[in-house]
Design a binder for this molecule. Structure first.
Ligand code: NAD
Ligand code: MG
Length: 398
């Protein structure tokens, strides 16, 4: 039996992961489930999946969860706080860790899994974006394998040769074609974007996802973070990663080889496919995803992204070219700006503006050590918050 910890089990990826795991009870055993503060959600999951451990970051919620479980399943150990997340990511009885916490909050537990040499199923792209080289080098040193869950990177992994010992050139790969749906505002004129509401931004045309990644898809910051993610996962440079708008979300990404061949992975837009792929690799298992109906899809369209309407994409290319702590600053400023947007404190077009100003006002630094990464994250958050507060104060004084 393969022991699995699901970090962020109450979220969209977490729930899909448990859906796939529960189809294969002879193969997988759920060792630990974790949530931030969704008490009811984690309680229900504990009753259904009977993990050995349940972790809640919020101590008050953890105490209430322990009280409720005491009566029903007293054998589940309930732990609280961020250190407990690291603990359940590194347990001996755990073989695979699904990293499905959203944002940089997932970095330390994902790194703990990597340090313990686990198979890491990486959905939490921000963890890799903020710590880049440190994350990849730690995985190599500790013998951890990283299997991408992000649908695009999972598609690339499936289309790539089995090993990339000397980067893309050694494998005969010319470039990576990262597909993007374009989000809900792909065809909207620039002047309407300022009025976008959180509800509109979270209504993705093809994917059902958490609120943060839904807003990232709407600004195309999600694709920017994915360009950075692809550079680290496939040992390449941003010049070799091209973004192609593909509104049907049927081709999940493509790899172009030196001989002109282009390999693509296709499927319904359902995260259970990449999750099942990474859980079973190199085997294949049932995921619950229905067959792709190509007659219903009928056509596949491709467009160039518009850098004017989606400045987050260009900001991401700039951040990964600058390297050092710039991707960490970009991602932290984005997290703060998205939160402010969702809370109604910042307009939709304010998101790229805050990120751009944060990158411009912070002197670039190194991000070779965990301390440097965490310091960059802290500084960028503080500055982004100050920039949002300044813009609110200016709006009110006019
Ligand atoms: P979500 O918001 O639905 O779920 C997030 C999970 O993380 C929840 O279980 C929540 O309790 C937990 N969490 C949130 N903040 C936390 C904190 N501070 N400490 C500990 N736990 C915390 O998000 P999601 O859509 O499932 O996305 C999760 C990750 O996967 C993100 O990094 C996202 O970019 C990536 N991803 C998601 C999808 C998708 O289809 N949803 C696709 C590709 C990649
Ligand atoms: Mg993706």
């Amino acid at each position: 039996m393969i022991g699995v910890t699901v970090l962020g089990s109450t979220g969209s990826i977490g729930a899909s992961t448990l859906g796939v795991l529960s189809r294969h009870p002879q193969r997988f055993r759920v060792v630990a489930l974790t949530a931030n503060r969704d008490l009811d959600g984690l309680y229900r999951q504990c009753l259904a999946h009977r993990p050995a451990y349940a972790v809640m970051s919020d101590p008050t919620s953890a105490a209430e969860l322990a009280r409720r479980l005491e009566r029903q399943v007293p054998q589940i150990r309930v732990l609280a706080g961020s250190e407990a997340l690291e603990q359940v990511a590194a347990l001996d009885e755990v073989d695979y860790v699904m990293a499905a916490i959203v944002g940089a909050a997932g970095l330390l537990p994902a790194l703990a899994a990597v340090r313990a040499g686990k198979r890491l199923l990486l959905a939490n792209k921000e963890a890799l974006v903020v710590s880049g080289r440190l994350f990849i080098e730690t995985a190599e040193r500790c013998g951890a394998s990283i299997l991408p869950i992000d649908s695009e990177h999972n598609a690339l992994f499936q289309c790539m040769p089995p090993a990339l010992p000397s980067g893309l050139d050694g494998a005969g790969v010319r470039r990576i074609l990262l597909t993007a749906s374009g989000g809900p505002f792909r065809t909207w004129p620039a002047e309407r974007l300022a009025e976008v509401t959180p509800e509109q931004a979270c209504a993705h045309p093809n994917w059902d996802m958490g609120r943060k990644i839904s807003v990232d898809s709407a600004t195309m910051m999600n694709k920017g973070l994915e360009v950075i993610e692809a550079c680290w996962l496939f040992h390449t440079v941003p010049e070799r990663v091209d973004v192609v708008l593909h509104p049907q979300s049927v081709i999940h990404s493509m790899v172009e080889y030196a001989d002109g061949s282009v390999l693509a992975q296709l499927g319904n837009p359902d995260m259970r496919t990449p999750i099942a792929h990474a859980l079973a690799w190199p085997d294949r298992i049932e995921s619950g995803v229905p067959s792709l109906d190509l007659f219903a899809v009928a056509r596949l369209d491709f467009e160039r992204p518009d850098p004017e309407r989606f400045p987050c994409l260009a900001l991401s290319y700039e951040a990964i070219r600058r390297a050092g702590d710039s991707p960490a600053v970009l991602s932290a400023a984005n997290e703060v700006a998205v939160e402010a947007f969702l809370e109604g404190r910042l307009g939709f077009t304010g998101i790229p503006a805050v990120i751009e100003q944060t990158l411009a006002r912070l002197a670039p630094g190194a991000a070779n050590t965990l301390d440097e990464v965490l310091a960059a994250d802290r500084e960028a958050r503080a500055l982004a918050r100050a920039i949002i507060a300044e813009s609110t104060a200016n709006r009110h004084s006019c």
